[in-house]
Design a protein around this ligand. Structure first.
Ligand code: F0G
Length: 454
């Protein structure tokens, strides 16, 4: 496999600890076999998420020093607003403390009892906010989006025929917006093509429905468009990103991902939309020039947005993921393919084919991997699903363990350690046993839920 090469150097480091396996077993027992509940003092390689854990650049850190503390009218805010306009092409920007806060505001403003939101695929927090407001969602991937072992370049594409069928069936007036998620997270960080976004836009225009773009993983989607969509092979990141955001009426994002900082935002060029959402920001987040984000993070967000346009920065995580996925694949480990962004995704349904879905194979695999290696991944399967409106368990389309590769955090030798340990676990897969819930919170249960071996 082609070795990925970094165009940065490491200048600040943090010491890691590799604790004995006995301690890791205790930590799992204390944490309800849920990797969210581990203390990082017990974790060796933290591959839980890239959210808020991407490495910051020297320029981002420097910008934090010049932050302007002011409740209202902070210069830091105006610098960020300019960055949003220059990078995302939207002149109205509403700051919010993170991505799900944007989802809260959009849901509060637009979702009513009986609303339906068509989307390529849900994200956990998106679905929770929409259902909280009485709405429902419908997922419209093509069949290829659900194929585990595939070489399809754009598994995040939305099925256009199904979109139109759903609009006709439910009525455009019951559809407050269509949502497209860049680098569709829960199906393995899989991108959509710009051609597909154009097709979705045409239908949105035909039925006069707003198009909302979740841009949390926009830079990565743009990078894969450059690699995989012929029309854009020679385009700049700037052109590709603007081409995507230009098509959306509303763009929202988690800055914990996009821009390697913290915070988030909602942006638009439509003044009427801005006015509809404006009042909700001071209500839930904070005044309109900080939105619950510290001014230091606002500065690093602005710099991070510009850095997203730098291909040598944005390529690092996807290139490491490609290496990790393809090496594991060569070793016979069942993986979600092709390699996407955000992380490598293990196919727990296959690796743990001896564990029924009722016993959470992905949760079991994540716990087992931590036990044998100190690597912390994230369950992205049925534990991460929410119960339906009648309280019934719903089973995930895919049982995945995500091994996130935050930007510029790990070295290649650490990635090789991951390859070694995951391959060993796959060879000894029958040692892994199923799990059951002993504590199940009513909302977003995967965060704090407790499980134990069956
Ligand atoms: N949308 C997408 C596509 C996301 O990946 C996330 C977060 C959010 C919205 C919510 O943003 O966390 O800032 O409130 N994804 C993280 C993850 C949590 O680990 O994949 P947030």
């Amino acid at each position: 496999e082609e070795i990925p090469l970094e165009l940065h150097k490491v200048r600040v480091v943090q010491k890691l600890h590799l604790v004995p396996i006995e301690r890791r077993l205790e930590a799992l027992q204390e944490g309800g076999f849920n990797t969210f509940r581990l203390n990082t003092k017990d974790v060796f390689l933290d591959m839980l998420t890239d959210s808020g854990t991407n490495a910051m650049s020297d320029n981002q850190m420097a910008a934090m020093m010049q932050a302007d503390d002011a409740y209202a009218g902070s210069q830091s805010f105006y610098r960020l607003q300019k960055a949003v306009e220059e990078v995302l092409g939207k002149k109205y920007y509403l700051p919010v403390h993170q991505g799900r806060a944007a989802e809260n505001i959009l849901s509060k403003a637009y979702i009513k009892q009986g609303s339906l939101v068509p989307m390529n695929y849900h994200f956990t927090t998106t679905l929770a906010h929409i259902t909280e407001c009485g709405g429902r969602i419908v997922e419209l991937l093509y069949d290829e989006g659900y194929v585990m072992n595939s070489d399809h370049p754009f598994k995040g594409n939305m099925n256009i025929e199904k979109l139109e069928e759903n609009i006709k069936r439910h009525g455009a007036k019951n559809i407050p917006f269509i949502r497209m998620e860049a680098s569709t997270n829960l199906i393995g960080g899989q991108p959509f093509s710009i051609q597909n976004l154009r097709d979705v836009r045409a239908i949105a225009d035909k039925y006069n429905i707003r198009l909302v773009l979740d841009a949390s993983l926009l830079g990565e989607n743009a990078y894969l468009v450059k690699l995989r969509e012929k029309e854009f092979n020679d385009s700049s990141m700037e052109t590709i990103i603007k081409t995507m955001t230009d098509m959306a009426d509303i763009v929202y994002f988690s800055a914990r991902k996009l821009s390697s900082s913290r915070g988030g935002g909602i942006c638009t060029n439509n003044e009427a939309i801005y006015k509809e959402l404006e009042a909700l920001v001071p209500l839930y987040e904070g005044f309109l020039t900080y939105g619950g984000i510290s001014v230091r993070e606002i500065e690093s967000m602005a710099v991070g947005l510009y850095e997203t346009l730098d291909e040598t920065m944005i390529c690092q995580s996807p290139e490491f993921i490609r290496y990790l996925v393809n090496e594991l694949d060569k070793n016979g480990v069942p993986m979600l393919k092709p390699a996407g962004v955000l992380g490598a995704h293990l196919d727990a349904m296959d690796i743990c084919s001896h564990i029924p879905q009722t016993q959470y194979p992905a949760g079991a695999l994540a716990a087992a991997l931590f036990l044998i290696s100190g690597i912390r991944g994230m369950e992205r399967g049925s534990v991460s699903n929410q119960r339906d409106e009648y309280g019934n368990e719903t089973y995930a389309d895919m049982e995945l363990v995500r091994l996130a590769v935050p930007r510029r955090v790990f070295t290649l030798s650490q990635i090789k350690y991951v390859i070694d340990r995951v391959s060993w676990l796959n060879q000894n897969r029958t040692l892994i046993g199923g799990l059951k819930f002993v504590y199940e919170p009513p909302v977003l249960r995967f965060f704090m839920g407790g499980l134990e071996p069956v």
